[in-house]
Design a protein around this ligand. Structure first.
Ligand code: ADP
Ligand code: MG
Length: 243
C-alpha cells in the first residue's frame, strides 16, 4: 500500500537554525495522526514541508507516492490533493462565506460558477454554517470562520487534510464546534495530519500521536500509549504542563 504521506530524514534549516533534524514518519490512507509538542518544536514547519510551503533542506517527502522534493514534480497538481487549514482562518474579508468557498474552485479547478456554488453550499452545510452563506467573515464568530475555512478546503475534494492548530485562535466555547466537524471528517475516512493542543481530540480521534520536541520526533504511537503512558521524560514533562 502506498502511504498517503511519507517523510524520510527531513531536515529544515532557517539560516543557521536547524528546525527539523531528521524527521521520519508516515500517514496511511484514512489515518488521523495528531502532532503535539511545545511551541517552537517545528510542528508548523513540518506541516508546511508536506505541501512545500517550506522547501526542505534535506530529505524526502512523498504524497501518495509522488516525491514532492523531486525537482521535476508538478507541485501544483500534488498541492491540489492537499487541503490545509491554518490557525488564522485566512478568509478573504471582502467576500462572503459562499464566495470564499467558490473562488479557488473556479480559479484552480476551473469549475463553472453554478457548479462551484453547488459544491460550496454542500460543504458549508456539511460544516454547519449553511445558513451563513451570505455573511462576510467579520460577521461570523471565529468558530464559524474556521468552519468556512474547512469547507473551502473540502470543496477542492482533497485526498488529505493538514490542520495547523485549527482551534488555537478560538474562544474556548467555540472550540467544540470545530472539533466536531473534524471528528466527523475523520469518521468519514479522511486522511488527516493535525497539529493540535487538544489532547481530548487526539486521544479520541487519532490513530497515532506524534510528540515532537526540538525538531525531532520523541515518541510516535497509539494515543493511549503516547498520551496515556509516555515512555520518554520529555513527553511526560510536556503532558504534565498541558493536561
Ligand atoms: P511550532 O509550530 O512547533 O511552534 P515552528 O515550526 O513554527 O514551531 O517553528 C520552529 C522554529 O522555526 C522556531 O524557532 C521558529 O522561529 C523558526 N521558524 C519558523 N518559520 C521560520 C521562518 N520562515 N524563518 C525563520 N525561522 C522560522
Ligand atoms: Mg506552529
Amino acid at each position: 500500500m502506498t502511504h498517503a504521506i511519507e517523510i524520510a530524514d527531513l531536515h529544515k534549516h532557517f539560516g543557521k537554525n536547524e528546525v527539523l533534524k531528521g524527521i521520519h514518519m508516515t500517514v496511511d490512507p484514512g489515518q488521523v495522526v495528531c502532532v503535539i509538542g511545545p511551541s517552537g518544536s517545528g510542528k508548523s514547519t513540518l506541516l508546511r514541508c508536506v505541501n512545500l510551503l517550506e522547501v526542505p533542506t534535506k530529505g524526502k517527502v512523498f504524497v501518495e507516492g509522488v516525491e514532492l522534493t523531486d525537482p521535476d514534480v508538478d507541485i501544483d497538481a500534488v498541492r491540489r490533493r492537499i487541503g490545509m487549514v491554518f490557525q488564522q482562518f485566512n478568509l478573504f474579508p471582502h467576500m462572503t462565506a459562499l464566495q470564499n468557498v467558490m473562488i479557488a474552485q473556479q480559479r484552480v479547478l476551473k469549475r463553472g460558477k453554478k457548479e462551484a456554488e453547488v459544491v460550496a453550499r454542500e460543504n458549508l452545510d456539511k460544516v454547519g454554517v449553511g445558513a451563513k452563506c451570505d455573511a462576510y467573515p467579520a460577521q461570523l464568530s471565529g468558530g464559524q470562520q474556521q468552519r468556512v475555512a474547512i469547507a473551502r478546503a473540502l470543496a477542492m475534494n482533497p485526498d488529505l487534510m493538514l490542520f495547523d492548530e485549527p482551534t488555537s485562535a478560538l474562544d474556548p466555547e467555540l472550540v467544540g464546534d470545530v472539533l466536531t466537524v473534524m471528528r466527523k471528517l475523520a469518521e468519514e475516512g479522511m486522511t488527516m495530519l493535525v497539529v493540535t493542543h487538544e489532547m481530548g481530540f487526539a486521544r479520541q480521534v487519532a490513530d497515532r500521536v506524534v510528540f515532537m520536541d526540538g525538531g525531532v520526533i520523541v515518541e510516535d504511537g497509539e494515543p493511549a500509549q503516547v498520551i496515556g503512558d509516555p515512555q520518554q521524560e520529555r513527553t511526560r514533562a510536556f503532558l504534565h504542563r498541558v493536561l
